[in-house]
Design a protein around this ligand. Structure first.
Ligand SMILES: Cc1ncc(COP(=O)(O)O)c(C=O)c1O
Length: 483
């Protein structure tokens, strides 16, 4: 343990003398120690080194393909092209890095590109409502959602309710959390979350229409939706749902916010999944891939008429802002990331590789329905839904069993050389979100490794066999024991 008061100098990290054991110890003492400990107990806690943008080495020298990254790594880790670009920007001593209270070329260019891209996609479907939209930048997905709620409420001053959907995930800040109907995440914060949220079944457009008519359109601040439920484990809506929600909302002049933080910019196989499915939202949020896996960037794109009430007059122009949103490094990386996505025609690549990957997952599920309850995918977003991997001793432990199942799956695939994502709203579902530019050979190898685990079930889940239910629960509890 570090002596308190000892300052750790940057040189120690740069020259490699700091050491991974020390990192483990300090993270446990000063950071989210429980999570780190749990990952360490199961042997997947890193720290990692990026050997290529798509492969990581852990501190034991084990090499894994990175299918994690929570959809925020469009080009993998440390992509050379983006790195070289950032170096070029930083080498220019005249760049003003913090251009908050002045015009910024980088910000202006990214604003224009984002609006033009959204407008182009909408116009392809005959809609021109985004030709003069505006962009507000922030530092995370959740913050982009907070901004979206404020734009909507300011534009609908008589509005009292936000309509959202079951199993949605919009972030963990208080406004976004109120729209994330997960009891374990909302738990102790209920008293300070807005109660004015009406949660409807995802996929039920009739329920939207009924609710709009029952509440009255002017009482609705907005309908907010993910075009595909990401954290619920890549759940696609029934065909026609998004289009119909758009039609109902347009007919009654109700605002729609599309949260494309996970799906957008190519991940689901389209620039904007909502627009591709025939729903032109009034407000659209982006984040994850816009930061190139390197810097946090959130963006809220808003139709001009809706932008104005919040920020469009002399009295209100300072009503919403943040200190670092739109800073030069974030905007430059955002602009370059968008350029790299465009140059590679990434949505098309994502669709093509995604279809091949999903086909392999479906075949694996057909061979092993006793392991895989379901598999789902859209572009380079994949999900595997596991059956409970431990017997239920009694019902109260269902949540723990699901958590343990997710953890066991993480371990089994990690041992086979694949790092996956948990799903915040679906404990028994693991997601694969490989870099959209992953070389085809690596992508193929990723699925070969996945098949190696599923085809060797149950012996590939040795931990389950070896430990059994009580021991596994003990392991989880041990990881969470108080120090
Ligand atoms: C659809 C969606 N909305 C919002 C968020 C929150 O983004 P952040 O974690 O950057 O706050 C996420 C993050 O997973 C997300 O998937």
């Amino acid at each position: 343990m570090t002596k308190s008061g000892t300052f750790i100098r940057t040189d120690e990290l740069l020259d490699g003398t700091f050491g991974t054991a020390r990192a483990h110890a300090l993270e446990q003492q000063y950071g989210n120690g429980k999570l780190m400990r749990l990952l360490q107990v199961v042997g997947a806690g890193g720290p990692f080194r990026a050997v290529t943008p798509w492969e990581l080495d852990d501190d034991q020298g084990k090499r894994v393909i990175n299918a994690s990254g929570y959809a925020a790594l469009p080009f993998g880790d440390n992509p050379p092209e983006l790195n070289a670009f950032v170096r070029r920007v930083l080498e220019d001593p005249q760049q003003m890095m913090f251009a908050q209270q002045s015009v910024s070329e980088w910000r202006a260019a990214l604003e224009a590109n984002l609006v033009n891209l959204l407008d182009r996609e909408c116009q392809a479907g005959g809609d021109t409502t985004h030709h003069d939209s505006r962009v507000f930048f922030s530092n995370s997905g959740a913050e982009a959602i907070e901004a979206a709620i404020k734009f909507a409420q300011a534009a609908r001053p008589r509005g009292r309710y936000v309509v959202n959907f079951t199993r949605a995930y919009h972030g963990k800040t208080l406004g976004a959390l109120a729209l994330t109907p997960n009891p374990s995440l909302q738990g102790p914060f209920r008293n300070i979350l807005s109660p004015n949220v009406i949660t409807l079944p995802f996929g039920d457009a009739d329920a939207v229409e009924r609710t709009v008519k029952r509440i009255g359109p002017d009482k609705i601040i907005a309908v907010i939706l993910e075009p595909i439920l990401g954290e619920a484990g890549v759940r696609l809506p029934p065909p026609g749902f998004l289009k119909r929600v758009g039609e109902v909302c347009r007919a009654h002049d109700v605002l729609v916010i599309a949260d494309e933080i996970q799906t957008g910019l190519g991940r689901s196989g389209h620039w904007f999944e909502s627009v591709a499915q025939g729903l032109v939202p009034d407000i659209l949020t982006l984040a994850k891939p816009l930061g190139g896996g390197m810097v946090p960037v959130g963006a809220t794109i808003v139709r001009h008429a809706i932008y104005k009430p919040l920020l469009g007059s002399l009295e209100t122009v300072k009503r919403h802002s943040n200190t670092f949103g739109g800073n030069t490094l974030a905007m430059a990386v955002g602009l370059k990331s968008l350029e790299m996505l465009m140059d590679a025609d990434m949505p098309a690549r994502s669709r093509r590789l995604g279809a091949a990957g999903l086909q392999r997952l479906k075949a694996a599920q057909a061979r092993h329905p006793e392991l895989l309850e379901d598999v789902r995918g859209a572009g380079m977003l994949f999900a595997m839904n596991f059956r409970p991997l431990l017997a239920l001793p009694f019902k109260l432990q269902a949540d723990l069993i699901s958590e343990a199942t997710g953890m066991l799956a993480l371990v089994a695939f990690y041992r086979s050389g694949v790092l996956m994502n948990f799903s915040l709203n679906a404990a028994r579902t693991m997601r694969l979100t490989p870099a959209m530019n992953m070389p085809e050979e690596t992508f193929g190898e990723l699925f070969t490794r996945v098949e190696r685990v599923t085809d060797a079930y149950p012996s590939s889940f040795k931990l389950v066999q070896r430990y059994g239910t009580p021991q596994m629960l003990g392991l989880l509890k041990a990881a969470f024991l108080e120090d």
